[in-house]
Design a protein around this ligand. Structure first.
Ligand SMILES: [Zn+2]
Length: 270
């Protein structure tokens, strides 16, 4: 069956183009091996001309929070390789609208799949819950990024730092003034939970209301931003702290780090 597709505004296509550019960088960083990572954008305010009926659009059942009814999201697909976004964005991602009852979503754009039925990312529920939380937040973040940055993941395996959010933040912040400045709310630590689970989604949304980055222990990182570039920056800068910390350890010494007094001085630059 040939499902209907909406036409996206140029301003929306430009935002999606930015996602493709960032995905190329993520691949170079080795943060999105195989089908690792997922990305979403809240397009609810941008898709103003919606169809009168959704009958001719593909429908996927799901269990969404009631508050998500009517939400329109660009989201990458389950099992898809983000490195393929640039070459075939409509095959790797879709624009989905959650129906009025929160019982499923219609695929408005993209989601082409010759081999089988396209499904949004297995972390879609986490993305929806984060967008719901951000809807009422003051920062107006509309992009959500989940990737596998190896240094932050490695630090989450540390027997002490990987279990202590305060020590984790001190380790990363104290490596370089810019980390304290550009990840000012720090990293929230979420203990290992089953990927794709509601528990993980709830814990992540809660932490992202307080922190700039969430580290899923022994799995990966999540951040939000006004656009995908800003979400990437938060994880990139936080990961730099983890990278330097680990480099010091692998050089055979525990890094001294900036003192609390030095870091407080840095914060006065804001
Ligand atoms: Zn992951």
């Amino acid at each position: 069956m040939q499902w209907e597709q909406v036409r996206l505004l140029d301003s929306v296509l430009e935002e999606i183009e930015k996602v493709c550019t960032v995905a190329a960088t993520l691949w170079q960083r080795r943060w999105i091996e195989r089908n690792g990572g997922n990305i979403s954008l809240n397009l609810t305010a941008k898709l103003t001309e919606l169809p009168e009926s959704y009958d001719s659009f593909r429908y996927l059942p799901g269990d969404f929070p009631a508050g998500a009814a009517g939400m329109v999201l660009f989201v990458t697909g389950s099992g898809k390789r983000l490195r393929d976004l640039s070459g075939s964005v409509e095959g790797v991602a879709c624009v989905a609208r959650i129906d009025e009852g929160g019982n499923g979503c219609h695929i408005l754009w993209g989601g082409h799949n010759e081999e089988g039925a396209f499904q949004p990312s297995s972390e879609f529920i986490a993305h929806v819950m984060i967008h719901l939380m951000k809807k009422t937040a003051t920062d107006k973040h509309r992009a959500v990024l989940h990737v596998h940055p190896q240094e932050l993941i490695a630090l989450s395996h540390h027997p002490v730092i990987g279990r202590d959010e305060r020590k984790l933040n001190h380790a990363c912040w104290s490596m370089l003034p810019e980390i304290r400045l550009f990840v000012p709310r720090g990293i929230g630590l979420v203990p290992f939970m089953l990927p794709g689970s509601k528990d993980l989604a709830t814990a992540t949304a809660r932490q992202l209301s307080l922190r700039d980055v969430v580290l899923w222990s022994k799995h990966g990182a999540v951040a939000t931003g006004k656009d995908i570039g800003e979400a990437f920056d938060y994880i990139d800068v936080a990961n730099k702290g983890a990278e330097i910390y680990l480099q010091c350890l692998s050089s055979g010494f525990v890094p001294e780090g900036m003192s609390d007094r030095e870091m407080n001085g840095v914060m006065r630059l804001l």
